[in-house]
Design a protein around this ligand. Structure first.
Ligand code: TYC
Length: 113
């Protein structure tokens, strides 16, 4: 027969309505995500930590103050959750900004569960 290929099937309910049927992996596999953790210290100012959370981690002022206070009170807290490359970039930027002002601020990256 000249042309016995099946046409692409229509999307099922719940699939993205792109007009294309995506490969199963393309639709379902999410990248691993990583927490950027902020560590408390006695020297970095609260103002600097709030500013970093707003400028590098794109938190609004209320959330930035809440995260900074949590870290100050509990010793550690989550600045944000990102793919590994984005998490690394935010840590590098923050460390450069902190060192420029001689603050000993420390951060770490940890996989989400
Ligand atoms: N503990 C610091 C102070 O009292 C404030 C601070 C908060 C420092 C969070 C680091 O990740 C930090 N000035």
């Amino acid at each position: 027969m000249a042309d016995d290929k099946k046409p692409p099937r229509r999307e099922r309910d719940g699939e993205r309505q792109t007009g294309l049927v995506l490969d199963e992996r393309t639709r379902t596999k999410k990248p691993p995500m990583y927490k950027v953790l902020l560590h408390n210290d006695d020297y970095t100012t609260r103002e600097f930590v709030v500013w970093v959370l707003q400028t590098v981690f794109h938190k609004n002022e209320n959330d930035a103050v809440a995260i900074m206070s949590h870290v100050h009170n509990h010793g550690i807290g989550i600045a944000g959750v990102y793919t590994f490359e984005v998490a690394e970039t935010k840590v590098t930027k923050t460390l450069h900004l902190a060192k420029a002002q001689q603050f000993p601020l420390q951060l770490s990256i940890e996989p989400t569960d």
